[in-house]
Design a protein around this ligand. Sequence first.
Ligand code: ADP
Ligand code: MG
Length: 720
Amino acid sequence: MKELSTTAPTVSSTTKITALFAENVFTHQTARQFLADEAYKSLMASVKNGQKIDRGMANQIANGIRAWAESKGVTHYTHWFQPLTGTTAEKHDSFFTLKSDGTPIETFDGDALIQQEPDASSFPNGGLRATFEARGYTAWDPSSPAFIMDIGTGRTLCIPTIFISYTGESLDYKAPLLKALETLNHAAVDVCNYFDKNVQRVTPTLGWEQEYFVVDEGLFNARPDLMLCGRTVFGHSPAKGQQLEDHYFGSIPERVYAFMRDFEQESYKLGIPLRTRHNEVAPAQFECAPIFEECNIAVDHNTLLMDVMTRVATRHGLRVLLHEKPFAGINGSGKHNNWSLATDTGVNLLAPGKTPKTNLMFLTFFVNTIKAVHDYADLLRASIASASNDFRLGANEAPPAIISVFVGQYLAKVLNDVKERVGDKFDEQDESMLKMDIHRSIPELLQDNTDRNRTSPFAFTGNKFEFRAVGSTANCANPMTVLNTIMAETLKNFKRDVDGLIEKGEKKEIAILHTIREYIVSSEKVLFEGDGYSDEWAQEAARRGLANVKTTPLALDAMVTDKALKLFEDHKIYTHAELEARHEIELEKYIKKVQIESRLMVDLATTQIIPAAVRYQSTLINNLRGLKEVGLEASGACTRAMIEKLSRHIEEATKTVEAMVEARKKANALTDTREMAIAYCEAVKEPYFDKLRYHADKLEQLVDDREWTLPKYREILFLR
Ligand code: ADP
Ligand code: MG
């Protein structure tokens, strides 16, 4: 179990990234080459403005895509989609078919491009398909380009799709995201037009940062908990952890470096614009981040990257751990979601402007974001809730479960100035002074003031907000759907409020400032500049009335409040049935995860940990007998003490196992999904996981290393 996997393939040397980039993507450029004018125009109109592509055109486009794919040796295609299991799904079909007279041909027509019916019965649907219709289908998303995956299972053309039931309910992460992006677009354009009539489209942008661990494949395979749960359920902290902080920005071990270069190259071919790579705080932990992209594409690229990393790691005898907390006692992994809004005129709406007019626009979108987070903090919290993220949120290296916004000292002052100086009466002088102030000092102060606070779950970092509480395994689509929807709702109300004042005869700028001021006042309690990891903040947040929901089953309640149902229905993101189904699915996922971990803990404790302890104890007992035989009874005292210690932990571990199994039986008997999830959390996990682990980890420290069958933290974490 302790031998390391050896072979790591060499990575092709110094190819320029630009030479590889998007080589396996049906980019606009490629489309230009492979499509006739008309087909190309129709595809672009669909990409840019969501225009429908008719059947005839779809046939032409499908032919062009096939010609391109075949020129790269591709024989199969698949609709690629993101079901609610959290991974990606594919069903491969070949281009090959037989005509009615038996002639073999290769074909890929518009129908096959536009729609496919995967064998979907095994994907989670929260009762939706059962209630409505037994089948689901995938439908082409032309806004995300087709690509060729050639890692692992042969070269396959992948068509990004949404996954919906025959009655139109979405069964995946992408469909609601696309709807949210559209609703945000409309709401944001309306508000932009106060400042600039030329803006016709607003697109949310996303730049994610992905943290992950890398471990040796041989050691991974010897840890059933890593294999089945993606995290270690037992394991004593090594003598050396991250206290020296020597891993961060240190040199990357050779094998990991080869792996990184390899998966980066594969990512470049797929058009994923990776930019940075570095060590993270914990040993064996790393991070990568791309250049930001349109939200929909960025989400696809993140899910694709997680898949690519996982596949490429095995080439190097390594395994990637995407879990939020693979190892107790050292930092976990997050997936920071850097988010902003871009106009079709090339303006980043969350970047402070250079003129008073653009600064007022910046302030508008900035304050609307704060208000959105304030009003719907519970929904944001729910959007990042998962069994695995529960181990990380609030565990002193990750943002807490309290949703707050960090804006930095300077902008906090600007907000305060707007609030104090303007009062609730405005005049022309206030207006111009205020605009000048913001204009003069924002750019300069932002330089040294951004991103000094790493403990906030939602931080302004100069020209974007960074949603840091997202978990490393998460599909970004869910938090992005929520964030863009709550922003759309807030902007819609903002427009209504401003228009209301204008109708009453107020000047436009004054109406905007007045509304901004109101929004600051009504949402300022969500602003927090201090240490988000501290106990004082938890107390202060409680005083302010901010929620601190620490566990997933309860955090998920926010998905189905009247407020949430109304919000998502108003914006046509989810019907009530869809939202309730999603709630159900998330609860089910939670139950299954905790159930699997609990079973595995029992299994490992019973079949590996306790037996190892008993074996060692028997050795000690023999030793004690031997000492007696040779007349050294007196010096057996230490041995006896160790035997007793072992006995105590063995006994406690055994009792805990029994009690946990009983608790599970009770939980399983519950019929309401929410109640069962709560029981798994409060009656199975909370009372027994840490307790069992405590005794197991104590035993690890007592038992002869040669008897210990599980690889230890010190062996797994210090990869060379
Ligand atoms: P760092 O935080 O490492 O100093 P940056 O602030 O430049 O670096 O970027 C951090 C992340 O934010 C990157 O993944 C980048 O793609 C993303 N990002 C930068 N600008 C935007 C934007 N306008 N919209 C969305 N994401 C962005
Ligand atoms: Mg960051």
